[in-house]
Design a protein. Structure first.
Length: 185
């Protein structure tokens, strides 16, 4: 199931996308959340309701008639992980460096601005930051419930799904900031 968020008549809605058509899930069943965050928080129950609604109903909206936005338009948090182990080990080996043991001891990530999440099309960026704008194609895991120190065995229970994420970095600005040696606080 491809879950989406879209704008229609100025309202943000939750939908399911199939073959160019959109199911308005909340319109099909009022028990289904009308936005992605509430849907994700509803877990398996919401998913089952959505699957039943899609089976019983029909897609009524053409994707051409709405504005697709980020699937999770207002995430409470966005964390960007460093890289997977094999990639880090290869990159370090190519530079003549040993693998660092700390990589296996703690998750390596940073918090990014969760208010700077955009869907398709234009996104606001200052022109001076586009001189060396770097696009990184990433896979985002969408987490549907809270947890801490989750074991590898239980991790799948916390993942609602995956989506494509383009991580944009303004490299000129980044190089300027790195000269300031802003470090741990």
């Amino acid at each position: 199931m491809k879950l989406i968020s879209y704008k229609q008549n100025g309202n943000i809605k939750l939908g399911a996308f199939e073959e160019g058509k959109i199911y308005d899930l909340h319109a099909l069943d009022g028990h289904i959340a009308d936005n992605m965050l509430e849907f994700l928080q509803g877990g398996e129950e919401q998913l089952q309701l959505a699957m039943a609604a899609m089976e019983d109903g029909s897609p009524t909206i053409s994707a051409e008639d709405v504005e697709l936005i980020s699937p999770v338009p207002n995430p409470p948090s966005v964390r960007d992980a460093y890289a997977f182990r094999q990639h880090v080990a290869t990159a370090r080996r190519n530079r003549g460096l040993e693998m660092i043991p700390e990589f296996d001891e703690i998750p390596i990530f940073y918090f990014t601005n969760h208010h700077a999440v955009f869907g398709e099309g234009d996104f606001p960026v200052l022109s001076r930051h586009t001189e060396k704008l770097d696009f990184e194609l990433e896979c985002a895991a969408v987490i549907c419930k809270g947890g801490r120190n989750i074991s590898v065995i239980d991790a799948d229970d916390y993942i609602a799904g995956f989506m494509i994420m383009n991580d944009l970095s303004a490299r000129v600005l980044q190089m300027q900031e790195m000269k300031l040696n802003l470090g741990p606080a």
